[in-house]
Design a protein around this ligand. Sequence first.
Ligand SMILES: [Zn+2]
Length: 240
Amino acid sequence: MRIAEGIEMLELNLGPMTICPTVIFDKDEWVLVDTGMPGSASAIIELAKQGGIGERRLSTILLTHQDIDHIGGLPAFKSDNPELVVYAHEDDKAVIDGKQPMIKVSPERLATLLGSLPEEARRQFEAAFLKPSSNVDRLMADGEILPFAGGVTVLHTPGHTPGHVSLYHQPSKTLIAGDSMVIDNGELKGPREAVTPDMATALQSLKKYEEYDIKTVICYHGGMLQGDIKGRIAALTEGI
Ligand SMILES: [Zn+2]
């Protein structure tokens, strides 16, 4: 779905859930925000092509946070494209680099997931995330403006994970909220409690959005919403 010039939201149906990675692009390059599950990479590239990226080169991946449905496709993107530059926040870097265990994945769930993967995807996953590796090439910090498609501001919005970031695409006034919020039946809500270990910090993080003029919000779980986004966020943080 085309959000505005230079920004496209993808919708990838994974069976039990649909996820919404975002593509930001300019004349020659495209940037992908989050990579889906292990095995998602080729479907994401196909959706991006359908979305009109054409012959542009995938130059960069921005990871909003360490959760498996956001980093799972990364090894496949990297192996197909050694020049790809991957950004994440410092506070999730050690996990994404396989140096610390993922904070929300129990050994049982991990075993189930690994068992469900085709051989090659499993090997890639183990090499990338279950032993020390260097998946993250660059850090992105709160307040930094990344030079993609007219400017993308990084907002550190911890709570869902310690290194969770949201991204604000300046020209289109689009907030890419990652998992800091979700959209359920057309309603913008705070992060899902069951998968947000520090709910108090996560709600506090939403206050950072007050400073931004937000025309469109994209939630990885739930898609995009326009309208009185600021009013809705103010309601979510009321009394905090
Ligand atoms: Zn997620």
